[in-house]
Ligand binder design. Structure first.
Ligand SMILES: [Zn+2]
Length: 150
């Protein structure tokens, strides 16, 4: 028996969104610290785990793993891809590839995903503090570009 384990280790983290029920992705605290507006940041509990809901139809951006807290897009300083449908929302936050800018590469020689990839490989990306999903945007960029080239 491990009687010395901290009791908070036994608390189960729920990764299903309390609003839409879809499974979200764990994000680091630094992402919330970087992107939440002050009024929302003032309520963050650093001992909580936070999860990003990527369902475009769901208003919840982040929720805590114990479901005690939720944050919506208006709690963030930036518009949130893929929830915000505007053309000027970044798909790649680090290098500012908005939907509109990606649309503009259609029929040109520009390969945004390759450009972003080379910046990532050069160690220039800061997804954990720029991208609300707290992770690399390349999957989203590739899926988006595939979608407009259909
Ligand atoms: Zn959701």
């Amino acid at each position: 028996m491990d009687c010395c384990a901290p009791s908070n280790m036994t608390e189960a983290i729920k990764t299903e969104c309390p609003s839409c029920g879809e499974k979200g992705k764990n994000v680091q605290l630094i992402t919330l610290k970087s992107l939440l507006r002050a009024s929302a940041l003032e309520t963050v509990e650093p001992k909580n785990s936070y999860v990003f809901c990527s369902n475009p139809a769901c208003p919840i951006v982040y929720f805590s793993g114990n479901h005690s807290q939720t944050f919506e897009e208006n709690n963030l300083k930036v518009p949130v891809y893929p929830k915000n449908q505007s053309v000027d929302v970044p798909v790649c936050y680090c290098f500012d590839w908005t939907r509109e800018r990606l649309f503009q590469t259609v029929g040109t020689d520009q390969k945004p995903a390759d450009e972003i990839k080379s910046h990532v490989q050069a160690g220039r990306c800061g997804c954990e503090v720029n991208n609300p999903q707290g992770a690399c945007c390349l999957g989203n960029v590739n899926a988006f570009v595939r979608g407009i080239n259909l």
